[in-house]
Design a protein. Sequence first.
Length: 275
Amino acid sequence: MPHLTSTGAGTRTDGAQHLGVGVPGYAHPLLAPVEWAGLSRPGTPLHWAVLNIDNGPGARPDPHCLEAAGRLRNARERALHSEDPEDTVRASGGRLLGHVDLAFGGRPFGELVADAQAYLDWYRVGGFYLDRCPAGRDSLPAVRRLTSTLGALLGDSDCAGENGGLLVLGHDTHPYPGYAEAADQLVTFRGAWTDYRWSQVAEWTAGYAPGRFAHLVHGVPRTHLEEAMRIARWHGAGTIFFTDRDGTAGQTDPFAALPSYWDEFVSRIGPGISE
């Protein structure tokens, strides 16, 4: 079922793999217009960005979100079909993912599928970010059932593209190893830089290519960007989002806006942003 990459040992410590950006969910396009516009700029090494209207798709299509989704989808199409794409990382990514909240297994299966279908119908998303995903062994069969159903929905739609849709599990920690076979990518760290710099990677992840894991870290000082990227590569992450925002001073979500060093961040990952 996975569409992103296949299982297999990957190079974990030489830094040769291409990192890309995963955006866990900017604020509403009315509140964060610069952030959403920046995602479609040529050369941005974007793997995916999460669209979250109201802890899900909302009750009806939002015109501002429809516009943001259309811009990102069009940017992906231009990159994929250009005879001279800006760069291979940008051309292979840029998917918009619908936010589906699993509430650690607390929501009915039918509600989750309904949220996913609304995202497909209204915003033509290229996959789903399953937030607050359970991580224990006992919950794995239910998550497998859900990801199989969502994979089928994506396969039946015309939104996912030739290579199929993308399913990302937002565990925010290392789950039971079987989850690696239930989706394309697992978020195995989401938290503060003070925790990330001393974090350890689960041994079982060494059997998978770096593209299978994502790390989302807030409170990263500009002076520690290079160190944070070394840790990501060492721990086998292929998708990252680092920000110096830390949730203080009225910031309800440190990932809801651009870091102050956004241009430097993406230029260290890929070829930089072309004006």
